[in-house]
Design a protein around this ligand. Structure first.
Ligand SMILES: *Cc1c(COP(=O)(O)O)cnc(C)c1O
Length: 235
C-alpha cells in the first residue's frame, strides 16, 4: 500500500472516530484532499485510493491539474474545489473550470463568477468565507456583513450558495479550537433559518479536524495529513 493510501485510510478513521464521538454519522463529513503544490502523480495515487474531491489554492496550478485529469478515464467522478484567495482577474478561470469556490468574500467577485460561469455548466457551488478569528487576515468577511452578502449571493443566477467556510487562526488547544468552530456553526445555523437548502460548513484542517467535526463541520480540508508536508512556494 502506498503512503498516500495509508494516510488516507488514517484520515478517514480520524474523521469517523471524531464523528462517532459526537453521535454524528461519519458520512456526514466530506473529506476534501488539499493537493496544492502536490504533483499529478500524487493526486493520481489518491484517486486510486478512492478519493474524489480535491482542493486547490492557486488558480493556474489548479486549472493545469484539472485539464490533465480531464483526459483520464475517471475524470467525471473527480470534483475540484477552489479554496485559495481569489483576485478579480482570475475569476474567469475559476468560473470555467471548478465545481466549487470556498472563498467568496465580496459581491464583486461573486458577480463576476456568476457572469463568467458558462451556460453549459451547472451553477458554481459557492461558500462565503468568514474571517472568524484572525483580524490580521484580509480574507473573509466579518459576521456582521454576512446576512447582506448571503442575500446578494443567493440571488445570482449561475451561483449556488451552499454554506460557509472559515480558516481560524492556528491554535493548538482543543477547547479553544472548538470555541471558534462553534461560533461558525451558530452563524451557519442562523443562516439556514433563511436558506434551509444550505448544506455545507467547510472548516477543519490537518491540525484541528477533530474539533471542527465536534462543532458541526460538514467538510474538512486536509492536505498535510494526506500528502505530507509541503515545500512552500506561496502561502
Ligand atoms: C493548505 C490549506 C488547507 C490544508 O491544510 P493542512 O494543514 O495541510 O491540512 C486547508 N484549507 C486551506 C484554505 C488551505 O489553504
Amino acid at each position: 500500500m502506498s503512503t498516500i493510501e495509508q494516510n488516507l485510510q488514517h484520515v478517514r478513521q480520524q474523521i469517523a472516530s471524531a464523528a462517532q464521538a459526537c453521535d454524528r454519522a461519519p458520512a456526514a463529513v466530506t473529506l476534501l484532499a488539499v493537493s496544492k503544490t502536490k504533483s499529478v502523480v500524487q493526486i493520481a495515487e489518491a484517486i486510486a485510493a478512492g478519493q474524489h474531491c480535491f482542493g486547490e489554492n492557486y488558480v493556474q496550478e489548479g486549472v493545469d491539474k484539472i485539464h490533465h485529469f480531464a483526459q483520464q478515464p475517471k475524470a467525471a467522478a473527480i470534483e475540484w474545489h477552489f479554496i485559495g484567495p481569489l483576485q478579480s482577474n482570475k475569476s474567469r478561470l475559476v468560473a470555467e473550470n471548478f465545481a466549487w469556490c470556498h472563498t467568496v468574500d465580496r459581491l464583486r467577485i461573486a458577480q463576476r463568477l456568476s457572469d463568467q460561469r458558462p451556460e453549459s455548466m451547472p451553477p458554481l457551488n459557492v461558500l462565503i468565507q468568514v474571517n472568524i478569528s484572525d483580524e490580521q487576515s484580509k480574507s473573509g468577511i466579518c459576521l456582521a456583513e454576512l446576512p447582506a452578502l448571503a442575500t446578494a449571493v443567493a440571488a445570482l443566477p449561475k451561483l449556488r450558495l451552499r454554506g460557509l467556510m472559515a480558516i481560524p487562526a492556528p491554535e493548538h488547544d482543543y477547547q479553544r479550537q472548538l470555541a471558534v468552530f462553534q461560533q461558525m456553526y451558530q452563524a451557519y445555523q442562523a443562516l439556514r433559518q433563511q436558506y434551509p437548502q444550505l448544506d455545507t460548513l467547510s472548516m477543519g484542517m490537518s491540525d484541528d479536524m477533530s474539533a471542527a467535526i465536534a462543532a458541526g463541520s460538514t467538510l474538512v480540508r486536509i492536505g498535510t495529513a494526506i500528502f505530507g508536508a509541503r515545500n512552500y512556494v506561496g502561502s
